[in-house]
Design a protein around this ligand. Structure first.
Ligand SMILES: [Zn+2]
Length: 156
């Protein structure tokens, strides 16, 4: 028997510590969250990504009364980018929450389904995607690659 421990790497930053690019992505994601359609969960989520050609795209969660028919902001964004910019590399992805229900002490990381989709896009482009998400009041966590959010990525 062999016991193995995994180490995950991330950086915790205050919003005031973000560089210009990451702050801009955070702000764009927050703008997207404002127009989310989230009448059922009460959690408006915004996502923004930066491509290697400099383009920035945003999306928000889109809920539906038939629950499984809705979609998270992250997957709404990645599927849009995959459908419209299939040859571009995604450099960074930022996810933010806007909600009255938000717990200021809680980390709001992407759900498992979104992590798997992120992993597929990262694998498809053969280069890491930086992911940033909220971790309490005015703080974020930054992972330099999806692997740090999803060890043992399901892959073929
Ligand atoms: Zn999700």
């Amino acid at each position: 028997m062999k016991k193995v421990e995994l180490k995950l790497a991330f950086t915790e930053l205050g919003l005031d510590e973000l560089d210009h690019e990451d702050k801009m992505l955070y702000d764009k994601a927050m703008e997207a969250a404002k127009i989310a359609y989230a009448p059922y969960s009460g959690f408006s989520v915004g996502a923004a990504c930066l491509l290697d050609n400099g383009e920035i795209f945003t999306a928000s969660n889109q809920e539906n009364a038939a629950y499984p028919s809705g979609l998270c902001a992250e997957r709404s964004l990645l599927f849009y980018v995959g459908a419209n910019r299939p040859d571009q590399t995604i450099l960074k992805l930022t996810v933010v929450i806007k909600s009255k229900l938000r717990d200021a002490k809680k980390i709001y990381s992407p759900c498992g389904a979104c992590r798997q989709v992120m992993a597929e896009y990262q694998n498809r482009q053969s280069s890491p995607i930086q992911i940033m998400f909220e971790a309490g009041e005015n703080k974020v966590l930054v992972c330099s690659r999806i692997d740090d959010l999803l060890p043992f990525i399901f892959n073929f």
